[in-house]
Design a binder for this molecule. Structure first.
Ligand code: COA
Length: 260
């Protein structure tokens, strides 16, 4: 697939998707959001993609936010549509994506950029990364899930402080806040992401899909996560991966999961 605003590269089942507008600090304009949606949609149906690493091109930014130049003249109604479509087509899409998505935050992750990282299943960051939700400094609030997903990770008080001050935290503070799981040097970030993806790849992707669904169920209104867990646990028993995983263990050999 040919894209203008993103780069994709598949190495042995690990698909790296890089937002690639370095002259605009990888800000998310509508076209980039659409291309990201298309790349994820294609990855969902591609058996050669097992794990996705989401990052930003260049050394300065992961994504410095939604493209302010695009929405500065919007009406209330247009703003609402922008948030609703973005959430549906990209941010919720990633959060519920059936394959693991790791955000490798390599620089500024601000506004919609931090929200993109928050939508990923987990995050790692390089030492130079800076994260924040500066929307109230522009007279608006986070609209791509930031008011919901940030408190889930860092707690309500810290999220309120970050949103109200519009300030940035550095990678080590983000680690302390549980916003990112690991911090590396900038040079090591993508290798480390690959290493994590490699560990994931050894496991049953069918079971991982069920695990994503069960963990996410805890954050869905009107859904009982324990029931989702029971449902998905049972579903695993009917899969070839379960048969292979258990028989490999009992026969003291490495599992070779057939997948779906
Ligand atoms: N939307 C549109 N363009 C953006 C952008 C965004 N969110 N973030 C950066 N850019 C553009 C700048 O306008 C500039 O473009 P230009 O060279 O054509 O003028 C280019 O990217 C480089 O950014 P610049 O501000 O010159 O870099 P800096 O190192 O001085 O500052 C930041 C870096 C991240 C502090 C600053 O760019 C910034 O505050 N960006 C906006 C962050 C934000 O509010 N995001 C939330 C949006 S909802």
């Amino acid at each position: 697939m040919e894209f203008e605003n993103i780069l994709t590269e598949n190495n042995d089942g690990i698909l790296q998707i890089s937002v690639n507008r370095p002259s605009k600090l990888n800000a998310l304009n509508k076209a980039t959001i659409q291309e990201l949606h298309e790349a994820f949609w294609a990855a969902g149906g591609d058996d050669h993609v097992k794990v996705i690493i989401l990052t930003g091109s260049g050394e300065k930014a992961f994504v410095a936010g939604a493209d302010i130049s695009e929405f500065s003249g919007y009406s209330s109604e247009e703003g609402k549509v922008l948030a609703a479509e973005g959430q549906k087509n990209l941010f919720d899409y990633i959060a519920n994506f059936p394959k693991p998505v790791i955000a490798a935050i390599n620089g500024f992750a601000l506004g919609g950029g931090l929200e993109l990282a928050l939508a990923a299943h987990f995050r790692i960051a390089s030492e130079n990364a800076k994260m924040g939700l500066p929307e109230v400094s522009l007279g608006v609030i986070p609209g791509y899930g930031g008011t919901q997903r940030l408190p889930q990770l860092v707690g309500k008080g810290r999220a309120m402080e970050m949103i109200m001050t519009a300030g940035m935290i550095d990678a080590n503070q983000a680690l302390q806040y549980n916003l990112v799981n690991h911090v590396t040097s900038q040079e090591e970030l993508l290798d480390f992401a690959d290493e994590l993806a490699g560990k994931i790849l050894k496991n049953s992707m069918v079971a991982i899909k069920s695990a994503i669904k069960a963990v996410n169920a805890n954050y869905e209104d009107g859904v009982n996560g324990f029931e989702t867990e029971i449902e998905e646990f049972g579903r695993c028993f009917g899969t070839a991966d379960f048969e292979e995983g258990t028989s490999a263990f009992l026969n003291k050999r490495k599992a070779d999961f057939p997948g779906e």
